[in-house]
Design a protein around this ligand. Structure first.
Ligand code: SF4
Length: 251
């Protein structure tokens, strides 16, 4: 669900401030210029990242791709060896089956090329919306909104959506985030979630988007949860927050 006032939320200042804060420079520069990744390895790495920590994913991905870097080699790999290489990511039997099934499909149905289409990606084994969106954004530089735990949490703290699932959050964010901001949104919010807007005890007083965030404004005032006056209704330019007004009484 989209929260009241969220359609005017100042996404550009949010992206600009986070981009400057984390030293990424101009977010308008095409993402893949500096971040080109192999779409196949993005796909497999994101499947491995499901329900585990980033450090486990990084270790397992490095070990796996050192031996089996492409669809053909991974499709032909002995399953026991694949399981051993990715064991640290948890659920490794299921993940091994899924990544090898993916590799076979990409080799046999798509000529060894990862499909560049969200709906086609969603038909691959073990691929949900977050994974498919990651492939689009990080593998192809195409717009997508991968909703992971950081994006989900920060979007709620910003007060722009209320959603029970990542899928519902993605649907709502697609409606309110300008399309040209989709690509930088995930990497910036993930970095922000890891460093400042942490799951517990977010460092609001150090946050570059404090003034734009109702949760931060509430916490600065010593309140645990935002009140009406902490929520934002924005000017058409999106630059200045003002207090929200209550509904007018019927006359
Ligand atoms: S002000 Fe606090 S809650 Fe809001 S985005 Fe920043 S760290 Fe997160």
């Amino acid at each position: 669900m989209i929260q009241r006032g969220a359609t005017d939320f100042p996404w550009v200042p949010v992206i600009e401030r986070l981009s400057a804060f984390y030293g990424h420079g101009d977010w308008r520069v095409p993402y893949l210029r500096d971040h080109a990744e192999d779409p196949f390895q993005v796909l497999i790495g994101t499947i491995l990242s499901q329900r585990t920590r980033d450090a486990n994913t990084d270790r397992a991905s490095a070990a796996l791709f050192a031996e089996y870097p492409d669809p053909d080699s991974l499709a032909k790999a002995p399953v026991a060896h694949v399981r051993q290489l990715i064991r640290g990511t948890g659920f490794y039997r299921t993940k091994a089956a899924n990544i090898q099934a993916c590799a076979r499909e990409i080799r046999d149905r798509f000529g060894g090329q990862v499909p560049r289409d969200l709906d086609v990606l969603l038909g691959l084994p073990g691929v949900g919306r977050k994974t498919a969106n990651c492939v689009l954004v990080f593998g192809f530089g195409e717009p997508g909104i991968p909703v992971d735990t950081h994006v989900f949490r920060i979007a709620h703290r910003l007060g722009v959506i209320r959603a029970r699932t990542p899928e519902a959050a993605e649907e709502a964010l697609r409606q309110i985030v300008p399309r040209d901001l989709w690509i930088p949104l995930n990497p910036l919010l993930v970095q922000h979630g890891q460093n400042v807007c942490r799951p517990r005890q977010p460092l609001c007083l150090e946050c570059p988007i404090l003034e734009l965030c109702p949760t931060g404004r509430a916490r600065r005032a010593g309140r645990a949860t935002p009140r009406r006056e902490d929520r934002l209704v924005l000017t058409p330019s999106g630059a200045r927050p003002t207090k929200i007004r209550g509904p007018r009484k019927p006359t």
